[in-house]
Design a protein around this ligand. Sequence first.
Ligand SMILES: [Zn+2]
Length: 603
Amino acid sequence: MNALALILALFAPAHPALKPSIQYTLRVDSADLSGWTVEIRLRTTSETIRLAMAAHPEYDDRYWRYVRDFASETPGASVTRVDSAVWQIVAPVGVVTVRYRIALPPAEPGLRAAWRPFLTPTGGLIGGPHGFMYAIGAEDSSVLVTLELPPSWAIATGLTPTRDPHTFIAANAAALVDSPILAGLLRRWSFVEGAATHHVVYWPLPDAKPFDTVAFVSGIRTMVHQTIALFGRAPYRDYTFQFEDGAFGGGLEHRNSVTLGASSADLARDARAVIPETAHEFFHTWNLLAIKPIEYHEIDYRTQPPVASLWFSEGLTMFYADLLQRRAGIPVRDSTRTAHLERLIGSYLANPAYGRFSAESISRVAYNVDPGELGDYSASTHLQGELIGTMLDLMIRDVTHGQRSMDDVMRLLFNQASPRSPSPEGRGGQGVRIDARVIEQAVESVCGCDVTPFFDAHVRHAAMIDFDRYLGLMGMTTRVTWGPAMYNGEPERDLRMWGFESARDSSLRLVVNNPASIWGKAGLHSRDRLHGINGAPVRSWPELRAKLQALRLGDTVRVQVQRPAGPFETTVVVARFERPTVRLERLPNATVAQRRLAEAATF
Ligand SMILES: [Zn+2]
C-alpha cells in the first residue's frame, strides 16, 4: 500500500468515523418474553425530531402496529404520533431520550416465518426492521447499539462488533434495520472464503434432533466458494448465516446476513436440506442488495415503490442458485440442468399470463400488493425471469463462441454497482442502480450483440418466449405434449383458484389463477368477495382450502360471491385439466459447435 492509498483508506467510507450521535439499547427481560424495550438517546440539533419504523421493500410486516408505550422522559419533551409509522418529539435541543416497547403479536398457527421476530426462554430473533426506529433526517449517521439480554445468550448479527461483546455499530440507519439479531443458546461455526469471515449460526429448539453439522457447514461453504468465485469478490467483510429451528424453510436476505428456517428434523434427514434456499438468499447479497434496483429507497417508512426489474433480481437469482449448486457438486431437485429447464418451460407454457403480461409488469406486482393484481391470472417473476436469463445466457454463449456467458454480465453489473475503488462521484459505494436499460447495456457490452429486440419483446412487452429459437443455438428443440394433469398417478382436479383474507376489510377474496380454469369459465373473478359455498359461509383461506381439497372429480359446487355490482352465484362441476409436458431433444443435424455450447450451458 503506498502513502496515498493509506491516506485514502483512512478516509474511506468503509471506515465510518466512530462518533455515533444516536445510541440504542435493546433490552430483553427473561421474566417477560412478550416483547422487548428499546431506548434511544439522541443528541439533537433541532427541537423537533421524528422517529419512524422502516418498511421492508419485500416483506413489510408493518411492526409499527406493535409499538407500545412510546414516551420520552426528557424534561419538557412532548410526543405525538404523526403517521401510523412515525412519532414526533418536540424537546429542548440537547440529549433526548425516547423509550418504547415492541409487543410481539401472538404466534401464527403452524411454523413461524424465519424473518419474523420471536422470543423464547432459550433465545429469539430481535431488532432489525421489526425492532428499531430510525431518525428521519439522520439516516446517514452511524449508531451504537447495546443489547441487554439474559446472561446465557450469545449474539449473532450482521452489525459491526466493538470491544464490548454486547455493543455494536451500524454505519447508518439502513444498516441498523437491515441487521436482525439472533440471540440465545447458539451453535456457531466459521470459515474464511474470499478474504471474508463467514459465521454459520444455528439456534436449536430445546428438543432438537441431532444432525451432521460437518456436512451442514461444508455444504454452505462450497456454495459460498462458488458464489464468490463467480463475482470475484464479496461485497462484505463478514457475513452471518442465522439458521433457526422451528421455522419453515424460507428466508430473508440482508446486506451481510440472512435469516433462514432450518428444522433440525429436516437436517437430520439431509444435512444439506437447506442449501437450495440458502443459495438463493445468499446470491441476493450481490443480485438485489449490491446490484440494486433503481426504484429502491435506501430506507423509508413508506411502502417501497413497485420494482420493474425484479424479473432480473429474482429470476437470475433462481438461475444461479440452481447453477452454483451444480458447480459445487451439491445434488439438486432436478437431476440435470436439462431436466430443470424441461420443468421450467412446462410451467411457463401452462400459464397464459406470460403471453399477456411483460416481465416488467409481473415484476411490479410481485410484492406489496394484494393478490389478484393481474386479474384472473397469476404469474411468477421468479420463473419468468429465470427463463429470460437462461435464453440470454444461450445468446451470449452463441455469439461469443462460448467465450462469454451470463457470468460476465453478473460480474460487470456488480463492478458497476459496487466499484472496487470508488470514483469521486461514486463515493460511499453509490454505484450504478439497475433497470432494464442498464441490464440490456451490460448484456450488449458482454456479447457485442444487439439484444434490444429481445428486451422489447419479453421484458418491456408480453411476447411468449419462442424456446426453440434459442434452444436451437445449442442444437436442441422442445417436444411439447399436452395431457391430463396428474398428481401421484391420479388425474388432478382443477383447483386453480385460491383465496386470501384482504388486509383492507378482512373479507375472504378469491384469486382465479387462469381464466381457462373451471372457476374462471364459470364466471368467477379474482377479488370476488366469497360469500359461501353450497350455501354455507366460508370466512378464511384455511376453511376454503379444506373445502376445495375435499372436492372430487364430478362434484358440483355452488359458489356465492359479492361484487360491487351486487351478488353473483354460479355452479362449477369439478373436472380434470390439461397440462403440457416438455422434453428437450437434440436436433439430428446439431453441429459440433452447438453440441459444445449445450455441454457448457447445461452444466
Ligand atoms: Zn428471492
